[in-house]
Design a protein around this ligand. Structure first.
Ligand code: DGI
Ligand code: FE
Ligand code: FE
Ligand code: FE
Length: 187
């Protein structure tokens, strides 16, 4: 799919602010793909659609999680987690993208998962470090991402877990398992 076509489709799903974030993720994902030897076109499309479901009503996402037999445990955690797996489902169904690597990068872009594929890592990290992101520690992850993608990923996940702990939020099991996997296996 042409970049312009994809951007037009996604722009209709997002606020202006979220669309600008998406452009940042696209730019960053392409740079990382180039640097780490991933298919640049796949990185572009996965980045463009990664937050496709971000503004779907909670009820709609909840129904999709139930009907599509996604893990029920999702419903016990922050609804912020839902747009990732629901997004992967809707991007296939509504946009007609069937590439499993792309769909999987969308599906796991919020929680990560153990043994992530290169494209999944790229989208996770690009989402975290795109130029519009300003949270504490992001500059360090940007620097690390220039030479070690796995180290950048661990740092981003660590920061996310600390951020959630400070806000008294639950940590989704996939998030913890991703962290443990990376520490044990070194990526
Ligand atoms: O959609 P974005 O804002 O670009 O970023 P994202 O999809 O990576 O994360 C969305 C939100 O999900 C973010 O506010 C943090 C939250 N989140 C990520 N991992 C977990 C989580 N929330 C809970 N409760 N548990 C997690 O493990
Ligand atoms: Fe997201
Ligand atoms: Fe993220
Ligand atoms: Fe995002």
């Amino acid at each position: 799919m042409e970049r312009e076509v994809a951007l037009k489709i996604v722009s209709e799903q997002l606020t202006e602010r979220r669309y600008i974030h998406t452009l940042g993720v696209m730019e960053t994902a392409i740079e990382l793909a180039d640097l780490y030897g991933e298919d640049v076109k796949k990185a572009e499309i996965a980045a463009i659609f990664h937050d496709y479901a971000k503004f779907r009503p909670k009820d709609e996402m909840k129904n999709i999680i139930k009907e599509q037999k996604m893990p029920n445990i999702l419903l016990e955690h922050n609804s912020e987690l839902w747009h990732a797996p629901v997004g992967a489902y809707l991007v296939e169904k509504e946009v007609g993208i069937h590439d499993e690597d792309i769909l999987s990068a969308i599906k796991y872009h919020t929680s990560g998962r153990p043994n992530m594929a290169l494209l999944e890592k790229i989208i996770y990290v690009a989402d975290y470090i795109e130029p519009g992101r300003q949270f504490p520690g992001v500059e360090e992850v940007r620097d690390i991402a220039k030479h070690n993608l796995d180290q950048a990923l661990v740092k981003a996940i660590q920061n996310t877990i600390v951020f959630l702990l400070k806000k008294n939020q639950t940590i989704y099991p996939d998030t913890i398992e991703t962290y443990n996997f990376l520490v044990l296996k070194g990526g």
